[in-house]
Design a protein. Structure first.
Length: 305
């Protein structure tokens, strides 16, 4: 069995008959029949039932056609990827995004990249806080889209190129029934420390994990994602800072309330970064494209919450 035989089988079915397939290939019908017989002999099974007025695929023939189409598609994809790699396009580009970045914001970017018809596969993963930078440093990712962690020495390493992308705003939010909802504003850090906080766990494996918005000695519930953090705070399981773009509808609906604290305003700058020694057309496309983008996740956010 080879790709040529599978392509013949697909052609017969798409054209509707042996004769039509033979005409498309500019061959005699007998040549098509002979090639099909050879395929049946090699597999030791009947692909077509010829007892009726018109030859019909047997159950085994239907499976062969279905799987054959899949193999033909994979073969064509492989051919295009090899050609793309030879012309400077990576076979795969790995993009790591911070949990703060909504994936739906990336959809137009991916659609624009698809227009390049590069053949490069995209592999998008998600990490939290310093986990994104560790993925970039360790070589597990080629491009980072996330938060610019100025306080971390690895974010300013000269081996990276870091470009601004936009900003997000974080607000202190709690369930309406939480005790802090009735606390006079601004709520002191000492008062916050007496109540459990909800935090998303830093996903770094080797770098020192970061904490965000926690008070010394405060009891903490650690959850795996920002969405889990939102759910935990909706349920009154704790307090904490949340991205405004994730919760503004919940605040409007009264399911969460924002409160002023001693730290009245938290803005998180967004960036994209890559290692300078990396080369490849796909990475170059993304970095050039993102330079023209602005990701504002602080739209309609309260200015001093």
């Amino acid at each position: 069995m080879n790709l040529e035989s599978l392509a013949l089988l697909e052609l017969i079915e798409s054209r509707g008959s042996f004769a039509a397939a033979a005409s498309a290939l500019n061959k005699a019908p007998s040549a098509i029949t002979y090639q099909l017989r050879q395929l049946e002999d090699s597999l030791d099974l009947l692909i077509y039932d010829r007892t009726g007025h018109k030859a019909q695929l047997t159950p085994a023939g239907k499976v062969l056609l279905e799987e054959g189409r899949r193999l033909l598609a994979q073969s064509e994809e492989l051919k295009q990827r090899v050609k793309a790699t030879a012309s400077g396009w990576e076979s795969e580009l790995r993009i790591v995004i911070d949990g703060l970045i909504p994936f739906e914001k990336m959809i137009p970017w991916i659609q624009a990249f698809d227009q390049a018809c590069s053949g490069t596969r995209l592999r998008i993963s998600q990490e939290i806080l310093s986990g994104t930078w560790e993925a970039l440093y360790s070589g597990r990712a080629d491009l980072l889209i996330g938060t610019h962690l100025d306080q971390n020495q690895f974010a300013a390493n000269t081996g990276l190129t870091i470009q601004k992308l936009g900003k997000a705003q974080l607000v202190f939010a709690i369930a309406p029934g939480h005790p802090l909802a009735q606390e006079p504003e601004p709520i002191s850090n000492e008062t916050l420390a007496r109540h459990r906080a909800v935090a998303v766990g830093d996903t770094s494996r080797q770098f020192k994990p970061l904490t965000f918005g926690l008070q010394s000695g405060q009891h903490v519930l650690t959850v795996p994602t920002l969405l889990a953090k939102v759910e935990a705070q909706l349920a009154g399981l704790g307090t904490g800072w949340l991205p405004w773009h994730l919760i503004k509808d919940l605040v409007t609906q009264g399911k969460l309330v924002t409160r002023k604290t001693e730290d009245t305003y938290r803005e998180s700058p967004l960036c994209f970064a890559w290692q300078r020694n990396k080369r490849g057309n796909a990475l170059a496309w993304w970095t050039d494209y993102l330079r023209g983008c602005s990701l504002n996740l602080a739209e309609d956010a309260p200015g001093n919450v």
